[in-house]
Design a protein around this ligand. Sequence first.
Ligand SMILES: [Zn+2]
Ligand SMILES: [Zn+2]
Ligand SMILES: [Zn+2]
Length: 763
Amino acid sequence: MKIRNKIVIQGQVQGVGCRPYIYRLAYRLGLTGSVLNDSRGVVIEVQGTDSHVSDFVKILELGKSNPDWPPLMKIASMRSRQNPEIPGERAFAIRKSPAPGEKTSHVTADSATCPECLAEMNDPNDFRYRYPFINCTNCGPRYTIVETIPYDRCNTTMADFTMCEKCSAQYTDPKDRRFHAQPVACPDCGPNIWLADPNGKRIETNSDKAIAKTAEMLKQGKILAIKGLGGFHLAVDAKNETAVQALRQRKQRDNKPFALMAASIEKINKYVEVTEPASALLTSPQSPIVLLTKRNNTAIAPSVAQGLNTLGFMICYTPLHHLLFAEGGIDILVMTSANLSDEPLICDNDEALDKLSGIADAFLMHNRDIRRQTDDSIVHVVAGAQALIRRSRGFTPGPVLRGKPIKKQIFAAGADMKNTFCLAKGNQFILSEHIGDLEDSRVYRHYTESIKHLRSLFDIKPEIFVSDLHPSYISTQYAQSLAGAETIQVQHHWAHVASVLAEYDYSEKVIGLVADGTGLGTDGAIWGCECLIASLAEFTRFGHMRYFPLPGGDAASKDAIRPVLGLMSTLSQDYANIIEAIEPDTARVEMILTQIEKKINTVQTSSMGRLFDAVAAILGLGIRNQFEAQLPMTLESAIQPGIEDAYIVRITEKGRTFQLDYRIMLKELLEDKVSGVTTGIMSAKFHNWAVAAMIGFAIKARKIHAIKTVALSGGVFCNNYLANRTIQQLKNSGFFVLFKRRVPANDGGIALGQAAIAAEMCK
Ligand SMILES: [Zn+2]
Ligand SMILES: [Zn+2]
Ligand SMILES: [Zn+2]
């Protein structure tokens, strides 16, 4: 007696080797039937004995714990029902997707080279021995090479390379690891590399020699532009201070930390502490930059990350990286995104030669075009698990899934800083890769082009457009310019909280604690340290930090004397000596004070980000944010470990909201400064104050609203100390904590929150 089951699986199941896996599994268990991709996911029909069919289902349920499970495949949901037996069925087949109707999308994220491909690349008997573009269904480029859908070779930048017989045989064999791996290639039929001088003249066209020469130049302290998966990197020897400084000078990148690359965890371990979860992230298919705590006295050039106690490391993630690092003498390289100041990452050969000829001494290039520039993603470890800071290569366009289907198609414009945008359809929120700061006109062009590209890739025709509340945000204006559509404006910090709820697909009310830079509030003030009672349907402002005047609008986020003077203007005592130590230019100080007094270009704010800037300046750690969050990052790095003391937290009821009064903290801090307490202790006490303030809000909110779940969000939660300690103490106080893992806590997550709120509104 045979039974037949129809099983529909959803999640990351297309373009990841799911169908060949199902085929092999069915074959092993002697089942007949079929597997195909459709718009819902993967549809499987299996027929066989009761016990074999139930074994099949159990194996799928086990997921990743199966030894031969495709590494990129993730099942989010699985539905199974019994169908009538088809008598006489003899085989199991991979069927074609049902043609017209709704276009399906198989586009997944790019993935680091897998161990099998690496082994083949290092095997002298393999026909892809030392081939810099080896890949398979489990690894290699995806999103970065797709021109349009469906995801077939002819719609990728591999279209011009005609597969040779050997590659083609693997591509068409369902039992092969390269079955339907669109970028499959070999030295005979695929892309190749060469080394060029800054004029574009090819110095070396032999693959092995080009790699050897690149390594040689790096050892000599030269700067190389190296084309990767999502764009170009600029590379130098990370232990050569002169070379790193030369790169800084030529790139005019003041102090922003450089990312580093090494071949293995063992190599990294000498320079930074690699915890178990960090190690898993470094070697994951996503292969992000992981922020790790520096060890003392490392040989890494100080200019790599001046003033910070962390280094951002990634492991080689393309075959070319592996070949380069296998050359003797290459240990740790700076691998920083090749772009000019805040412009988009460079991914085109001609553009690289044009823009980087004054920076790079030579160019290691190839002829596999990059269609989508995607920066390296950045993560850190919070409470033992991944938390994204920049979501791009390896993660995009992986969707965030929603339990209930979204009734209308949505476009959410995001925020202006660290922009990402979000599209929503079916049960998916598709968040774009990191776009950047829209102020730069080239980034803005990149933004509008990316929206068009992603819309076509996922066949989305938005019916609802969502933006921030801020009328002068470029993203708001863009959303509004798309005529003929409903537009919804969402308050910035509600969107921050909503993005947490979307990530967890959580629909109840929560206590939303937001520690952020700035966002326009519903009262016209600039909010930034907020306690909201929020769901995806509504929010109320339960509490916030007491407002202080912030002179100078946008300039205030770079120039810390502005929040310092704004904050100090609310104290009864004056601290002239401290102000003079921070800014000796008394005329400038006078001018800003007048600005505050006369309320010229001065806003009221509860910004936690600006408070962090001001405290860093008071502690003598600097006065300017040369790159975003430089001062808060330096302040965090200064913390003396093991200090439990905190400045006094006072939260008082005012009208219908609760206010966190920073003034007592500030006075204590200034007195500590006057009496010569160390920077490390003051920084710890300040951070502990911020944590205690968050807990204080949560406890008050729980008492009044009887809610036990807290959602944390906002850019200040990229502060590792603050995030870890707040989560720990909330848990100790009996709260259930939702913390962002797969989407950044900073403004890179705003678009997801906006889209989730709009999705909730669609009835
Ligand atoms: Zn592979
Ligand atoms: Zn070939
Ligand atoms: Zn924000």
